[in-house]
Write a protein that binds this ligand. Structure first.
Ligand code: ATP
Ligand code: MG
Length: 569
């Protein structure tokens, strides 16, 4: 490709509305342009990258045994009413009405459409397992579209759906797809990890894993082990070990005056103790009555975990001031488990404390040297807090580190959620109708492009991983319009590189070298060849890798072969 006939729309200035580096660089490199909030046009340069991602995804999906299909973007409301999601899905679902007054939506995902297809086409267990995928445009009316194509409203997703006669078969395909995902992200050249996750709106909360590209700007917090491959979304990561020994109580409990000390921070400063030696008692609405949740002063309650406790009302809501008064006889802020008349559930680490400080259920007073079982009734124990950096790994002797990630993929065991509500069944061996089990598997194709930039860039611009670079190599001649020899030699080299199947961007503009170098660095082409007057006289061309500062000289006669070696073509 010649730059003179290519829409290379680079921009020097950093766009003021772009917060994160990938968004800034995608705009500066001329990869995408915004048309409305969260809606983008992909320019030739950007589309080349997205297509390379898609190709890798397609190859691995085909290899995993999935068949490519293409489903419509606009979906009839009736199917969403059948699954129950017409009501369930909030304002993220873009609803439309046609000229006949019929309701439709622009698909944010395609479970309904695929289930409708499969219930019509597949009738027997002999046709299972079946796995279908598409690469297609989705629309989600995100409340806060941001970071460019990272969280867009219109975006490209690869979504796959598998159908099974049994859970065992679903598990088998799930494992194959899990491995295919690892393969895809490795081939693209990303540093990623697979984390245990939980079901959102799509699933019934069954087995699920998210694939995250690790980057500081990531929206998701991940806890990952320093030693084994345990990694989980912080919302779900298992905290604390239940079998840690508790030190003995050696001091008698006593009351301390703590006037106006209502926060853990001020209380621990006032008493000159570590916040980890205090506990917080949170009163929440239970299924029957009020329930007390106890966590260590330095920890935070995890709402998702708390909501999983059978005694606790979902969604989690705190007791009102009157309810607190009624249950404890005092104001919120001075509550503690000693003498408390409501059920107490303590986090693992809070239950392991000895000689701790807690509210005395009396305004302006706390208790110190409290001991479970002696002063306060031994609580029920559960994991109800967020993990923190340094927590023990639940699987091995390692510790958990917290990292940030960008979710680029999601695999999910849906079970029979859609096949039951939409009546998708097959006849089994004995001729009986059974609801098919389903799996679904997404990759944010357009988001992957941005995530790759987050992970790989420098002060001069993008540094593409080779497999998804828009071009393999750029050829920059110096003084093409001044020297017929340069023009001729660079044309010849361009032709030779193309004949060798190398995807070359030939900067045939009549620009200053500095401008051309800056552009090629900004758009992130992995390899650069510079042909100048002096080099040509000596029969050499200058080579530079985008990742390295140093340049080297290659003889014109061997340069094509050397580039082929670099690119493995
Ligand atoms: P998120 O938590 O980021 O909103 P999600 O759980 O809603 O993601 P899924 O429904 O599992 O996402 O969709 C599959 C994949 O599509 C995600 O892993 C992500 O990579 C991508 N994706 C989801 N929403 C967007 C968006 N608004 N813009 C770009 N990509 C997206
Ligand atoms: Mg979402």
């Amino acid at each position: 490709m010649r730059v003179s006939t290519f829409l290379l729309s680079t921009v020097k200035e950093t766009p003021s509305d772009a917060e994160i580096i990938s968004h800034q660089l995608m705009l500066r490199a001329g990869m995408v342009r915004k048309i409305a909030a969260g809606i983008y046009t992909w320019l030739p340069l950007g589309l080349r990258v997205m297509r390379k991602v898609e190709n890798i995804v397609r190859e691995e999906m085909n290899r995993a045994g999935a068949q490519e299909i293409l489903m419509p973007a606009v979906q009839p409301a009736e199917l969403w009413q059948e699954s129950g999601r017409w009501e369930e899905y909030g304002p993220e679902l873009l609803r439309l009405r046609d000229r006949h007054g019929r309701d439709f939506c622009f698909g944010p995902t395609h479970e309904e459409i695929i289930t409708e297809l499969v219930r019509r086409e597949i009738k027997s267990y002999r046709q299972l397992p079946a796995n279908f995928y598409q690469v297609q445009t989705k629309f989600r009316d995100e409340i806060r579209p941001r970071f460019g194509v990272m969280r867009a409203r219109e975006f490209v997703m690869k979504d796959a759906y598998s159908f099974h006669i049994s859970q065992a078969s679903l598990q088998q395909t799930y494992d194959i797809m899990f491995d295919a995902y690892k393969c895809i992200f490795s081939r693209i050249g990303l540093e990623f990890c697979a984390v245990e996750a939980h079901g959102g709106v799509i699933g019934g909360g069954n087995v699920s894993h998210e694939f995250h590209v690790l980057a500081d700007s990531g929206e998701d917090a991940i806890a990952s082990c320093s030693q084994c491959d345990y990694a989980a979304n912080v919302d779900l990561a298992i905290s604390g070990k239940a079998d840690e020994p508790r030190s003995a109580s050696d001091k008698p409990m006593s009351v301390v005056e703590t006037p106006d000390q209502h926060t853990i921070e001020s209380l621990s400063q006032f008493l000159k103790i570590d916040p980890a030696q205090t506990i917080k008692t949170l009163l929440v609405k239970g299924v029957d009555d009020i329930v007390a949740l106890v966590i260590r002063g330095d920890h935070e309650l995890n709402v998702i975990k708390a909501e999983r406790l059978p005694r606790v009302q979902k969604p989690l809501s705190f007791a009102t001031a009157e309810e607190v008064q009624r249950a404890t006889g005092c104001e919120p802020g001075s509550i503690g488990p000693v003498g408390l008349k409501v059920p107490v559930i303590a986090d693992t680490s809070a239950a392991q404390l000895s000689n701790f400080v807690c509210g005395a259920n009396e305004e302006g007073k706390h208790l110190q040297n409290v001991h479970w079982g002696r002063d306060a009734t031994k609580p029920k124990v559960a994991d109800i807090r967020n993990v923190v950096q340094g927590d023990p790994c639940p699987r091995c002797a390692g510790v958990l580190n917290s990292r940030r990630g960008i979710e680029v993929g999601h695999v999910f065991q849906l079970g029979t959620k859609y096949s039951e509500s939409m009546g998708a069944s097959v006849l089994d061996e004995s001729g009986e109708a059974v609801a098919m089990s389903m799996g679904c598997y997404g990759i944010g194709v357009s988001r992957v492009v941005a995530a790759a930039i987050e992970q790989s860039h420098d002060e001069n611009g993008i540094i593409w991983p080779g497999p998804i670079a828009p071009f393999d190599l750029c050829l920059v001649p110096i003084g093409i319009n001044k020297s017929a020899a340069i023009a001729e030699a660079s044309e010849k080299l361009y032709q030779e590189l193309r004949d060798a199947n190398i995807d070359v961007l030939f900067d045939d503009r009549n620009e200053r070298p500095g401008v051309m170098f800056a552009d090629m660095d900004l758009v992130g082409i992995p390899h650069r060849l510079v042909l100048g007057e002096r080099g040509l006289k000596n029969g050499v061309v200058e080579y530079k890798s985008r990742r390295e500062k140093a340049t080297s000289e290659l003889s014109l006669s061997e340069v094509v072969n050397r580039m082929r070696q670099h690119l493995n073509t």
